[in-house]
Design a protein around this ligand. Structure first.
Ligand code: C2E
Ligand code: CA
Ligand code: CA
Length: 762
């Protein structure tokens, strides 16, 4: 499909060619006409006709010459092609008619040589016509036909051998001319089309490239102050016109950048050296700016005229990527607060500043309490949302000049530059702790942000950034141990505590090899049967110097230093071995094992369980895995393991149920068998009304959904009696038995645990 533009361009080119050639051809015609008049004239007695004809030829030639000159003077845009084509056609046909006329006016009958010469002259005119008229084939055919008809009609009218021979010859010759001219015209038209195609294609390609690469260019003709924009640049500037003044165009540049742009242009103009400048350009139809990079160069065209060429690229995307990289290096992506690196840099600066100006400063090290539970039970996405909310709330508690950073995970740090004394730091800590009055809503649950804060003061608690941070960390740790949601100032004893923690870590690593662990077993009693139905294996660390260390003091550390899986494997094997032994003695017991969440979701966990179970000849139903409500770092994997265990017939219990955020319906989907209601709910039974309501509701729902229910930490007869009315559940707690050594279990299996008759064991 030939586009309109393209057709016009081809038309214009053709018409240009026609009129361009015309100038020369009119001279040719005049010369041939004169020669003919001079040679043939004396042989004719029609002198008046001859000279009248000569005048006619002259007039027609003049008309054509004149229109050619006028046409060529016109601007392309002023050329009304249709009119001019018509004028050209009239001229051409008039010329054809005049050239046919001499055959009738003064054909030298009786002078064969002159007759032949005249025919040759006319044939020459016909041949010459090809050179011009081929650019418009229809005119060529019209022209040659008029001449041919004029010539052969006269020859046929005359008759005679010579005339007939000439008729044949002339006809053949003119047909040959038409065919030749036609072919030339066709080739030329094809050539023009091809040229236009290429040009159009290149333009399309160029403008597409400009658009895709967000580039554009302009040319500035310094003499006329005309700025010509490329189509894409005009679009980027929101200009409808592509020819504008420089001043007009610069209005789109950001006011702060205009001067720089003008200076850059002026410098290229004066020195002739290439220059580049970055500036902001108004985005059409909006209040935002795009960032442009412009390279300016002085060039001259083929006629030696010099002008400036500017290539412009929209580099907003590149710029925002650069900004993003900067932000990533300095800001925490989740909360938008400064990150650890940024914090360290800032702290060093602040310390230097404090040294120079003799100031006091404080840093507050904040660690969220119970964030792990939120993360584990509600998933990481929700944990992230919580952190975002929390950081915003925290920020609101601070002054403009205080510096807040997220050091990673749930740890934050505040730098208070220039504080009067420790009291001001304590006030800020208070304000942060007061956030517990504003709950954060996550998944329709109200979560109260609680935190432990450690405060270190400059210069007392550290004279450099590293020491200060360490002190604040130690103080935070102390606050956590004082019962959470507290703040604590640093004091030297904390360093000792920290080094004790380090010691514990090293010793814990050796404990497994040195066989310092052992298991004790706490019975689980069925209220209905008044018998032990199973035991829970609980680990103990018998430290060679420090003696007995309870699991609460080392399980977290073992998790942190990546030792928990090894310990877990040891527990699994030891407990299974013990159960095998009891079975060989004829005891019927279930064995519950505590498994940490990282171990639970580690690769090959199921295979390990199966391996131990088979090695010690244990039935799947005799084993129960206790996990806390946490859904672990990898909830998907957690779900997979739960379901796989269920499929193998191994039971899963949710430990400390009620302290996390999981719902019963989700647990049911996980195909969990048992819920162990946390001690915190049992503790205040039966006196505390809300505990009573809560435990009733939990047990009713859990039993209704088909879970086994275990009440943990039952210490008194009243608690046990209360629980008995709730139905057939299990009881675990000091009331019936503390965790005991393996040797004591056989004796306990014989005991009848009748609540009314059973007296509390100390
Ligand atoms: P847990 O799984 O909730 O275990 C019950 C804890 O409550 C045990 O403490 C037990 O001695 C204690 N307890 C039982 N009845 C009563 C009672 O009537 N009153 C009171 N006040 N406490 C009672 P323990 O043995 O110190 O273990 C603490 C926690 O350490 C366990 O809580 C469990 O989470 C973890 N743990 C223990 N052994 C292991 C183990 O082998 N592997 C793992 N991963 N964790 C373990
Ligand atoms: Ca447990
Ligand atoms: Ca528990």
């Amino acid at each position: 499909m030939i586009s309109n533009n393209r057709l016009q361009a081809i038309d214009l080119k053709q018409t240009d060619q026609l009129f361009d050639r015309l100038k020369y051809s009119t001279f040719g015609s005049a010369v041939v006409a004169l020669t003919m008049v001079l040679i043939v004239g004396p042989k004719s007695d029609q002198q008046l006709a001859i000279w009248s004809w000569f005048v006619a030829i002259f007039l027609v030639s003049f008309y054509r010459f004149f229109s050619s000159v006028v046409y060529q003077r016109l601007d392309d845009s002023a050329k009304l092609l249709e009119n001019w084509r018509f004028r050209f056609k009239i001229g051409a046909y008039m010329s054809a008619v005049t050239w046919a006329l001499p055959m009738w006016l003064f054909y030298p009958v009786g002078y064969p040589a002159y007759q032949v010469m005249m025919i040759l002259g006319l044939a020459g005119i016909g041949g010459g016509a090809i050179a011009i008229l081929s650019y418009e084939k229809s005119i060529l055919v019209g022209f040659l036909s008029i001449m041919l008809v004029g010539i052969i009609s006269r020859l046929l009218f005359l008759g005679g051998d010579l005339s007939y021979q000439l008729t044949i010859l002339v006809t053949l010759y003119f047909v040959f001319l038409m065919k030749g001219g036609w072919d030339i015209g066709t080739s030329y038209a094809e050539l023009l089309e091809l040229k236009e195609d290429t040009r159009e294609h290149n333009l399309t390609l160029l403008s597409a490239t400009e658009r895709v690469a967000r580039i554009g260019y302009w040319q500035w003709d310094m003499q006329s102050d005309q700025l010509e924009l490329s189509a894409n640049l005009a679009a980027m500037c929101g200009e409808a016109e592509r020819r504008v003044g420089l001043d007009h165009c610069i209005r789109n540049v950001h006011p702060d950048d205009r001067n720089r742009v003008q200076l850059a242009i002026a410098s290229v103009d004066q020195t002739g050296e290439e220059n580049s400048v970055e500036y902001r350009l108004k985005k059409p139809g909006s209040d935002s700016w795009i960032i442009m990079n412009q390279v300016i160069k002085k060039i001259s065209d083929s006629s030696g005229q010099r002008f400036l060429l500017g290539t412009v690229q929209d580099i907003s995307v590149i710029k925002s990527a650069e900004q993003k990289i900067f932000d990533m290096a300095y800001y925490d992506e989740l909360t938008g607060l400064a990150n650890r690196g940024h914090f360290r840099e800032h702290l060093s600066e602040q310390v230097k500043h404090a040294v120079r100006n003799n100031l006091n400063m404080a840093i507050l090290y904040i660690d969220l309490d119970g964030f792990k539970e939120i993360n584990d039970t509600m998933g990481h996405d929700q944990g992230d949302i919580f952190l975002r909310h929390f950081s915003r709330l925290l920020k609101q508690q601070l002054r403009e000049e205080d510096f807040l950073a997220r050091l990673g995970g749930d740890e934050f740090c505040i730098i208070l530059g220039d504080v009067k004394d420790s009291m001001s730091a304590a006030k800020t800590a208070h304000r942060c702790l007061a956030l517990e009055q504003t709950s954060i809503q996550i998944q329709r649950q109200e979560i109260i942000p609680q935190m432990s804060i450690g405060i270190a003061m400059y210069p007392q608690d550290g004279a450099d950034a590293d020491t200060l941070l360490r002190s604040a960390d130690a103080a935070m740790y102390a606050a956590k141990h004082q019962g959470k949601h507290h703040f604590a100032f640093y004091d030297a004893k904390m360093t000792e505590a920290a080094s004790r923690r380090m010691e514990l870590e090293t010793e814990l690593r050796k404990a497994l090899q040195n066989q310092e662990f052992k298991l004790v077993y706490q019975p689980k009693v069925s209220i209905e049967q008044e018998r032990i139905s199973g035991v829970e294996a609980l680990i103990r660390w018998i430290h060679p110097e420090r003696g007995f260390i309870p699991p609460d003091e080392f399980i977290d550390t073992a998790e942190r230093i990546g030792l928990i899986n090894d310990i877990g494997e040891w527990v699994l094997d030891t407990a299974c071995h013990q159960l095998q032994q009891w079975k060989s003695e004829g005891l019927e017991l279930d064995m519950a094992i505590n498994v940490s969440s990282s171990h639970f979701s580690s690769a090959g966990f199921i295979e390990r369980i199966e391996q131990a179970r088979k090695a010690f000849d244990i039935q799947p139903g005799e084993l129960e895995i206790e996990i806390t409500e946490s859904v672990s770092r990898d909830p998907e994997q957690h779900i997979r393991v739960c379901k796989a265990l269920h499929k193998k017939g191994i039971k899963v219990a949710i430990d400390d149920f009620g302290t996390g955020y999981s719902s019963l319906s989700v647990l049911k989907q996980l195909q969990v068998n048992t819920l162990k209601v946390d001690r915190a709910f049992i503790q205040n039974l039966p006196g505390d009304e809300s505990s009573v309501l809560l435990v009733r509701a939990i047990v009713a729902m859990a039993v209704g959904l088909g879970f086994d229910v275990v009440a943990e930490g039952v210490e008194t007869q009243e608690q046990a009696q209360f629980l008995r009315q709730l139905g057939s559940i299990y009881i675990q707690g000091y009331y019936f038995s503390r965790p005991v050594d393996a040797e004591q279990i056989p004796e306990l299996t014989k005991t009848v645990f009748n609540i009314s008759r059973f007296s509390e064991v100390g």
